[in-house]
Ligand binder design. Structure first.
Ligand code: PBG
Length: 332
């Protein structure tokens, strides 16, 4: 459908911008608390909230503090919280066995949240990097990130998370064949209502730097992730990955990072019409916070503008470290 516009002055397009009331009436996209998934970092100990230096305003919380944060998020109307563990370096091994330990940090946090905030959905991250002495998302054998052996481990990790009470499994590893393997393992284990939100189009990005500090993976990582994460030059490939993951049983899909990949979000939504999410990653958060702290931008305005941009591009929701701050503003 082609929009028709009368010639000037019959059409003065500024008429629909003349007042807040009229602007509100014609606004095409809005941001609501329903659009938010809040990523949080979990660490060992008790009563701890430890700042992440490269992400001002973000902390690593001990399990008890994560539970408190989840109660708060639930009260703010945030629908989902997503857990990322900061694993004790002593527990990182080449075989990554801690990843599927039923009592690992992530699984303890899931149970703690479920016992105090039963209505917030708990999402998890599935990849080996927090547990891997090599810092990679998959097993490293003779310098290669091996696919099929990694998928077997990811499946064990997935089932352990679902057993602990996870509602949404978020595979961020970019291995081939993982979605189908996870879906059938979940069905077999009786977790038929556990969703998979696949990090389907995840790019090998410089924007993940602060996150790797937050989970303590930067020191461990040797090399880069370019043999499994996507080339930033590619767009059609993202559609193939999304289609493949949907055919293997993904319920929802994600594009990551966010703001530099809005074209991908838009193509995914218009092509598949499937629940689509973007991840406003650590580097995006850090850039906004740093500029705001220097007084170079209005941080609140830019935060809200970027999140609205994801909605305009076609996303159903956004993973953002700003979630509680945004919810407080939207609820005011
Ligand atoms: C790990 C993972 C990463 C992020 C989410 N899961 C980092 C990576 O792939 O190196 C990045 C999130 C962020 O930067 O906020 N599989």
């Amino acid at each position: 459908m082609k929009p028709t516009v009368a010639p000037f002055p019959a059409a003065r397009l500024r008429r629909t911008r003349v007042s807040p009331a009229i602007r509100g009436l014609v606004r095409e996209n809005t941001l609501t608390t329903d659009d938010l998934i809040w990523p949080v970092f979990v660490r060992d100990g008790e009563g701890i909230e430890e700042p992440v230096i490269s992400m001002p305003g973000v902390v690593r919380r001990s399990v008890d503090k994560i539970a408190e944060a989840a109660v708060e998020a639930q009260a703010l109307g945030i629908p989902a919280i997503c857990l990322f563990p900061y694993t004790d370096p002593a527990l990182k091994t080449e075989d990554c066995a801690e990843a599927w330990n039923p009592d690992n940090l992530c699984n303890r946090a899931i149970r703690a949240i479920k016992s105090v905030a039963p209505h917030i959905a708990v999402m998890t991250d599935v990849a080996l990097d927090p547990y891997n002495i090599n810092g990679h998302d998959g097993f490293v054998v003779d310098g290669e990130i091996v696919n099929d052996e990694t998928v077997e481990a990811l499946v064990k990790m997935t089932v352990a998370q679902a057993d602990a009470g996870a509602d949404i499994i978020g595979p961020s590893d970019m291995m081939d064949g993982r979605i189908g393997a996870m879906r059938s393992a979940l069905e077999q284990a009786g977790h038929k209502n556990v969703s998979i939100l696949s990090y389907s189009a995840k790019y090998a990005s410089g924007y993940y730097g602060p996150f790797r500090d937050a989970v303590g993976a930067s020191g461990a990582l040797k090399g880069d992730k370019k043999t499994y994460q996507m080339d930033p030059g590619n767009s059609d490939e993202a559609l193939r990955l999304i289609e493949r993951d949907l055919q293997e049983g993904a319920d929802m899909v994600m594009v990551k990072p966010g703001i530099a990949y809005l074209d991908i979000c838009h193509r995914v939504k218009t092509t598949f019409g499937t629940p689509t999410f973007a991840y406003q990653v650590s580097g995006e958060y850090a850039m906004i916070q740093a500029a705001a702290q220097n007084g170079w931008i209005n941080g609140e305005q830019v935060m809200l503008e970027t999140l609205l941009a994801f909605k305009r591009a076609g996303c159903d929701g956004v993973l953002t470290y700003f979630a509680p701050e945004v919810a407080r503003i939207l609820n005011a």
